[in-house]
Ligand binder design. Structure first.
Ligand SMILES: [Fe+2]
Length: 235
């Protein structure tokens, strides 16, 4: 499929905005890897200036809610960064972000590798969400009985002249005939994995190890402009 046709195809099905993916057919917005509290970890490691994580995450979520007006938000895992005890500051951040979403639409939480603390914080997370032929999963577990897959976990970025640009990865039909869409990490503090310098063994996700990642197309959204790139192996 030539790039222009692929872009048209994607734009008919989805909106791409600030790291979120809106599925038009189901009016569902998916985002992954918010990693709430990554700021606190970086500060604990010696970073000396505040990163305004909460303000930036809320700013982005408010824009997504206003522009896309989804029926529901699915957070595809790694909602909280901390593996251990989440302190009050992180708890307040989590509440502010989830309450902002819940005040406007339904909210579904998917558990990721970092989310062991969610049940102890009073939140119920499920392993996957299926609707309208799509399956949202974090991507850390192998699945076979899925629809078109939407996942996070990998934190893909494109490395362009040492600039690391968060990107989506799309493949049409490589998962037993189903499509795959990998979302970038929503938290801009996440470092990311440069997919254009990647060997298959470097991949975290067992789902991605099943396919030839070189055949996936990076998609970048910047200031409302959506760019679909050639397959990774041609970059
Ligand atoms: Fe993550």
């Amino acid at each position: 499929m030539i790039i222009e046709d692929l872009r048209d195809h994607l734009m008919k099905r989805f909106d791409f905005l600030l790291g979120s993916l809106y599925i038009k057919e189901t009016e569902t917005c998916v985002l992954s890897d918010i990693h709430i509290g990554l700021e606190e970890e970086l500060l604990a490691q010696g970073l000396v200036f505040p990163l305004r994580e909460k303000e930036e995450l809320l700013r982005r979520i408010e824009i997504i809610l206003a522009k896309l007006n989804p029926k529901r938000f699915v957070l595809a895992g790694d909602v909280v960064h901390s593996f251990g005890r989440a302190d009050q500051r992180i708890r307040r951040k989590l509440d502010a972000i989830l309450n902002t979403i819940r005040s406007r639409c339904d909210l579904v939480l998917i558990s990721g590798t970092h989310d062991g603390m969610l049940p102890y914080m009073g939140f119920t997370a499920q392993s996957r969400y299926d609707e309208g032929g799509y399956t949202v999963s974090h991507g850390d577990e192998d699945l076979r009985d899925h629809g078109h897959l939407i996942m996070g976990h990998e934190h893909p970025v494109l490395d362009v002249e040492m600039m690391r640009i968060p990107c989506y990865l799309f493949g049409r039909g490589p998962m037993d005939g189903m499509d795959i869409m990998v979302l970038p990490a929503f938290n801009p503090l996440c470092q990311g994995v440069a997919v254009n310098h990647l060997e298959a063994p470097d991949l975290l996700s067992p789902l991605l190890r099943r396919l030839d990642i070189g055949k996936l197309h990076p998609v970048v959204e910047m200031e409302g402009e959506v760019m679909v790139f050639p397959e990774i192996r041609h970059l």
